[in-house]
Design a protein around this ligand. Structure first.
Ligand code: PLP
Length: 362
């Protein structure tokens, strides 16, 4: 068996030990005579997985008691309308930190439910950096602030989260959830599609602070209401059982790595190695992010001296089983996505290749 080095931006690499465990438990899940794909979402097998997953979120990620943990469907993109449908309405507004593709799509949906104030934007610079503190003008009359913690396509990531005028903060953490420790005191709702750092596609994890429910509109459709899913323990309708199960195994894997501190350290090391090559060969590997303080540790977009060299790079990379390095069409070039489960050894091989390729083609 040869596993590829999977740099895909999402769905993305999963820990090999998790995949092997899924394989081993597939046909007869823990002695119940059925696979997890076949059991009832109200039966004891899934109930145990559900409870354990929540316990692990609290233990490993430090999700406080005042946050509900929800397992929903529809992807992060569904939260783009769930959030404003619950929190906005006539006369209400939301302040957006507009930092890329995903905040743009979220704003498009929020506009259907209230007024969108762009509190800061880096669109004019094609999102090559995050807004500076002095550029952020949050409207204090906003019901909440929306931000994206890591901009998957443009490769920027808030290293320190901005001050949000004491307003409730909603964060889309789809592409860096659990890549580092966070202060839950700064957030009121966090959502993430699972397919980058948590497990397979089909699951959206939502952490919602109990106090935010007071601001939620009780008249929204049943499936849109956070209260429905809190009261129904994320099983008002059939939840993405298999994805929650794999998510549970990923959390166990994070715990076994040494928890968030160890994962954060590993991510700093991996990203540091790639940035080191870029910084030592700045004429050859040009990061598209202009401000070092905005650099992402999850997604690193890089341009080479020409498009021909970029094509050649990708071709040679593929021959080495480095998969998924092609940059997003709006940025071009290459993008190195190194989520939690991407092995250090793969980054070592990539940076070696990057040095050799630059030498051979300069
Ligand atoms: C991938 C991604 C999304 C979209 O997630 P889906 O689950 O496909 O809807 C949203 N926001 C960010 C930051 C992402 O990286």
């Amino acid at each position: 068996m040869t596993r590829a080095y999977n740099f895909n931006p999402g769905p993305a690499v999963l820990p090999l030990s998790v995949l092997e465990r899924v394989r081993d438990e597939m046909v007869d899940f823990r002695g119940c005579g059925m696979s997890i794909l076949e059991v009832s979402h109200r039966g004891p097998e899934y109930m145990e997985v559900y409870k354990k997953t929540i316990d692990l979120y609290r233990e490993v990620f430090g999700v406080p008691k005042e946050f509900h943990v929800l397992f929903l469907g529809g992807g992060a993109s569904t939260q783009f309308f769930h959030v404003p449908w619950n929190l906005l309405g006539p006369g209400k507004k939301v302040s957006f930190l507009h930092t890329g593709h995903w905040s743009k799509l979220a704003m498009k949906e929020a506009k259907r439910f209230g007024e969108v104030v762009i509190a800061a934007s880096s669109e004019a610079e094609n999102y090559t950096r995050l807004p500076r503190k002095d550029e952020i003008k949050i409207d204090p009359k906003s019901t909440y602030v929306h931000l994206v913690s890591n901009n998957t396509i443009f490769g920027t990531q808030w290293q320190a989260f901005p001050d949000c005028a004491g307003l409730p903060v909603v964060a889309d953490m789809s592409s860096d959830i659990m890549s580092r420790r966070i202060d839950f005191g700064k957030f009121d709702l966090i959502f993430a599609g699972a397919q980058k750092n948590l497990g397979p596609a089909g699951l959206t994890v939502v952490f919602i602070k109990d106090s935010l429910l007071k601001l939620c509109n009780p008249e929204v459709p049943t499936m849109v209401s956070y209260k429905t899913h809190i009261d129904g323990e994320s099983a008002y309708n059939t939840p993405p059982v298999f994805a929650v199960y794999v998510n549970c195994l990923v959390l166990e894997w994070i715990k076994a790595q040494g928890g968030m501190e160890a994962v954060e350290k590993a991510n700093n090391k991996k990203a540091g190695m790639v940035y080191e090559v870029m910084d030592s060969l700045p004429k050859f590997y040009k990061g598209t992010v202009v401000d070092p303080g905005s650099r992402s540790k999850m997604n690193i977009p890089i341009r080479l001296p020409s498009e021909d060299l970029e094509k050649k790079f990708l071709k040679e990379a593929e021959a080495k089983k480095f998969i998924g390095l092609k940059g997003h069409r709006s940025v071009g070039g290459i993008r190195v996505s190194i989520y939690n489960a991407f092995p250090l050894e793969g980054v070592e091989k990539l940076v070696k290749f990057m040095r050799e390729f630059a030498k051979a083609n300069s």
